[in-house]
Write a protein that binds this ligand. Structure first.
Ligand code: NCD
Length: 303
């Protein structure tokens, strides 16, 4: 039995197979409409989510399966003091696979140790968000045809943004990747990540001004300032609108650059950018369903 805790749990060859499957599902969804008949997905979400939870539910439903679950800790037995380990033992009796989001780093891993069904980490605190990374990689591969030889700018909250941490971890396995980290001083990417890049001799630079680097980028991955992970409101208010991508900044970018964002967006991308053909974030959300369909089939050994 296999779980998904980090994007590195799959080799790059396994990821290629997963993405091929996701692209096949995109082309011929009817072929997979009954692949999960009689199977149940449990979504255990101890932290708010729209996209991740609903895209999992949509994925399982489109495969013919059913979904049970809860969408906040207050409505689960966690509010009575039940541990994650006990909860997953019970969920193992009710479902065939579980997607879990938790505010505590490592909680889905604790669950996986006691689980009798595959557990998917659907985001654990500021740590990892592997299914968002699978979504990001599938989007890049589908829109550009490859996952190597890119300069990718990551902009915004690089300190608390788990999607950023997971994506960097995943991209370092491909050749010719160069990172440009764009953030205010207070929200710089954690040292453990820059240490890892130095050790692997992967080129990166850290800058504050987005305008200066726009022309260099193949991708710009925008992120929201993670309000819920701030210790004080004042810092959040000071930093929340540090970057706003607008048409003036887009004019500095290449014609074939693509803008990604895991969403939800707050103010960091002005809505006028949505009409720019280089804005790929809504297409990215669609790939999130295909990749989760492929992941469910893979972890349940149906394909
Ligand atoms: C992200 C998350 O939850 O980390 N959202 C998502 O799953 N698409 C990004 C965010 O909340 O900013």
């Amino acid at each position: 039995m296999r779980h998904l805790m980090s994007p590195l749990d799959f080799t790059t060859e396994e990821l290629d197979r997963l993405f091929d499957l996701a692209n096949d599902i995109e082309r011929t969804p009817g072929k997979y409409a009954h692949s999960c008949d009689g199977r149940i997905l449990a979504t255990c979400f101890y932290e708010p989510s729209t996209r991740t939870r609903l895209s999992f539910e949509s994925a399982m439903t489109r495969l013919g399966g059913q979904v049970i679950g809860f969408s906040d800790a207050a409505s689960s037995s966690a509010s009575k003091g039940e541990s994650v380990s006990d909860t997953i033992r019970i969920i193992s009796c009710y479902a065939d696979i579980c997607a879990m989001r938790h505010p505590k780093e490592g909680a889905p891993m604790v669950a996986a140790e006691k689980s009798e069904i595959p557990v998917i980490n659907a985001g654990d605190g500021g740590h990892q968000h592997p299914t968002q990374t699978l979504t990001d990689l599938l989007t890049i591969r589908s829109l550009k045809g490859r996952l190597d030889h890119f300069t990718i700018g990551l902009c915004g909250d690089l300190k608390f943004g788990r999607t950023v941490h997971s994506l960097i971890n995943a991209l370092v396995r491909y050749e010719g990747i160069r990172f440009v980290f764009i953030s205010p001083e207070e929200l710089r990417v954690p040292d453990y990540i820059t240490d890892m890049l130095k050790e692997k001799q992967i080129p990166y630079e850290e800058v504050i001004r987005l305008e200066n680097v726009m022309p260099d980028l193949d991708f710009l991955y925008m992120t929201r300032v993670q309000k819920e992970r701030f210790f004080n409101e004042e810092d959040y208010i000071r930093l929340k609108d540090f970057y706003i991508l607008d048409t003036a900044k887009m004019a500095l970018a290449r014609k074939d650059m693509l803008v990604l964002h895991p969403l939800p967006r707050v103010n960091e991308i002005s809505v006028e950018v949505d009409d720019d053909p280089r804005a790929a974030y809504f297409r990215q959300a669609r790939y999130g369903v295909y990749v989760r369909m492929a992941l469910i089939l893979t972890l349940l050994n149906i394909i």
